[in-house]
Design a binder for this molecule. Structure first.
Ligand SMILES: [Zn+2]
Length: 191
């Protein structure tokens, strides 16, 4: 990532909005913003495996369903470069491989640390789990608040937008999909 170029661009934006980038409070701002972007866009242009090791394990006694609830995430909308954030719940029905539970938040980080959209976070996470585990099915549910809806535009505050996406058995079996959604909803209502 070209930090010097981000710094120059941020200084330019400050001038364009009528600020004085030489005043005390703003002197370090371009450099801070550049460092922040390198952190919040850390997975841009990378493959999942470049960010973490997603080793999978063979299991003899395979669980019927692995469900992970409410993994927090923070991302930046590609339309306004404002944050959207919330929680992701996901489930998969293994074929014969599982992934370490600590890897799942890493995978969530991977799909959210770049300019994006909630819909694409949902579909990319589903695709990565399908690719890494070749499971019998995957379910992903994302609940997020969007600062571009709350700070500007329609000014709807505190509202969650929900997206979900299913593959394999979750897509073909209504009962399994409902079981997942019911668990996610019950859990979310308790938050
Ligand atoms: Zn936006």
């Amino acid at each position: 990532m070209d930090l010097a170029r981000i710094e120059a661009a941020v200084r330019e934006i400050l001038l364009a909005v009528g600020e004085d980038p030489t005043r005390e409070g703003l002197q370090e701002t371009p450099a801070r913003v550049a460092r922040m972007y390198s952190e919040v866009f850390a997975s841009l242009g990378k493959q999942a495996e470049e960010v973490a090791n997603y080793k999978t394990f063979h299991v003899e006694e395979r669980p019927e369903m692995v469900l992970v609830q409410d993994i927090p995430f923070y991302s930046m909308c590609e339309h306004h470069l404002l944050p959207f954030f919330g929680v992701i719940s996901l489930a998969y029905v293994p074929n014969d491989r599982v992934i370490g539970l600590s890897k799942i938040p890493r995978l969530v980080d991977y799909v959210t640390k770049k300019p994006g959209m909630q819909e694409r976070v949902t579909t990319e996470l589903l695709a990565e789990l399908d690719r890494l585990l070749a499971p019998a099915g995957v379910a992903v549910s994302v609940a997020a608040r969007h600062m571009c809806m709350e700070m500007r535009g329609v000014h709807k505050t505190g509202q969650f937008t929900y997206t979900s996406k299913f593959s394999g058995q979750f897509a073909t079996q209504e009962a399994l999909r409902q079981e997942f959604l019911q668990q996610v909803r019950t859990h979310h209502d308790q938050l």
